[in-house]
Design a protein around this ligand. Structure first.
Ligand SMILES: Cc1ncc(COP(=O)(O)O)c(C=O)c1O
Length: 399
């Protein structure tokens, strides 16, 4: 199935060449359906939510609350109240890192991994500094998969929290998150899964995964920037303190003190990103209408085609050959700096990312400054792969 025609930006050129967009790990393009919904929201429905007794406010509130229902269905959560609107993955993780502070004791361990994005490292470092906890990182093996022996030795009775990525943004490794969550549960630890890279590439089922928290960003799944979702286990959310104070999150306010709403409102102070919710709702609908399994399979075939082509290019070194890979291919070319390779590809209209990909500890672990990263989405096609291969071959002649 070809969904390219739904994405108007894919018709444009870049540097005078047809655009080959392979930077989907950074952000995805938006289908017309999402663009139209945001446009319609501002033309027809714009109002503040939950507040006024007028028709526009009712419509805006319905758009936002319907998006919450769709988010619930998307991750198969048991309760719609578990779905909290955030700015994105980063904000979701920071929210959790603030509200669980009382559950972390000095000397306990916060277990992450060498594969984590800075968003799933730095908030825990800040929490560790406030609480006196230690950060420990599960190592990777020579393929770029998590080393399960290392995981088993780090997840102990002393673990307060396991915070782990579902899919690595640097290498594409798909982690056995349900298995790791189970190990963490056995020792009584809290669990958070960073789903930023998983949303279009894996089926997400938070009940099957049994994690306490799951976070993702709308912009990596065809929705606008500035909107994301934090899923939290409902009993846990309702036992945690708020993180920001303001309108919407309160029950009663006096000058001296306030009482708070239950989840989700407890964690949604102030006017939310209503247009973003409308756009995210449209993205959920759009994805719902797609034959996802077929498209994911097609994407896997493209990634495999790209991998076999890249392997033929002299001087090209793949970085990471995980057992199960989704969407992402990282590589180095000859002695060339990743940024130079990125620039040479850009000149040919090919958009990839180069650098450390907010994975500095991973790059240090691998002993490299960064990589060139091609990351695929459901609208990429064989022509994109062929352009990438030709582009890299050409770049190789300059390096
Ligand atoms: C694995 C992972 N975690 C977290 C993030 C941060 O997402 P955002 O910048 O949308 O908050 C990203 C973004 O690239 C990511 O790939």
């Amino acid at each position: 199935m070809n969904i390219r025609d739904d994405f108007p930006i894919l018709q444009r050129t870049s540097r005078g060449k047809p655009l080959v967009y392979l930077d989907n790990g950074a952000t995805t393009q938006k289908p017309q359906q999402v663009i139209d919904t945001i446009d319609r929201y501002y033309r027809q429905h714009n109002a503040n939510v939950h507040r006024a007794a007028h028709e526009l406010a009712e419509e805006a509130t319905a758009l936002l609350e319907e998006c919450r229902n769709k988010a619930q269905a998307f991750v198969n959560a048991a309760h719609r109240e578990s779905m909290i609107f955030t700015r994105g993955t980063t904000e979701g993780i920071n929210l959790v890192a603030q509200v669980i502070e009382d559950k972390i004791q000095a000397g306990q361990d916060i277990v992450i991994s060498q594969l984590e994005h800075h968003s799933n490292i730095v908030p825990w470092q800040l929490l560790a500094q406030r609480t006196g906890a230690n950060i420990k990182a599960i190592d990777i093996d020579e393929h770029g998969d998590l080393d399960l022996g290392s995981a088993a030795s780090l997840i102990t009775e002393n673990t307060a929290l396991l915070a782990i990525t579902h899919i690595s943004n640097g290498l594409g490794s798909v982690n056995p998150v349900a298995n790791l969550v189970e190990q963490a549960k056995q020792v009584g630890a809290l669990t958070l899964v960073d789903g930023a890279q998983a949303v279009l590439h894996a089926r997400i089922d938070v009940q099957a995964m049994d994690c306490d928290f799951y976070v993702f960003s709308g912009h990596k799944m065809f929705a606008p920037t500035g909107i994301g979702i934090l899923y939290g286990r409902l009993e846990l959310l309702n036992a945690l303190p708020p993180w920001q104070g303001g309108g919407e999150m309160i029950d009663q306010v006096s000058i001296e003190a306030s009482t708070y709403q239950q989840a989700p409102f407890r964690f949604e102070a102030g006017t939310p990103n209503i247009a973003g919710c409308a756009g995210l709702g449209a993205a959920f609908d759009y994805i719902d209408g797609l034959p996802m399994e077929e498209l994911i399979r097609q994407e896997e075939q493209l990634v495999n085609r790209a991998l076999s082509g890249l392997k033929q290019i002299p001087g090209l070194r793949l970085i990471g050959e995980p057992n199960k890979r989704a969407s992402v291919i990282s590589f180095l070319l000859g002695g060339g700096h990743p940024n130079d390779v990125g620039t040479l590809l850009d000149q040919q209209g090919i958009a990839v990312r180069s650098g450390h990909h907010c994975n500095m500890p991973l790059m240090t672990r691998l002993g490299i400054p960064g990589t060139v990263r091609a990351s695929f989405s459901l609208y990429n096609n064989e022509a994109d792969v062929d352009a990438l291969l030709a582009g890299v071959e050409k770049a190789a002649t300059f390096l």
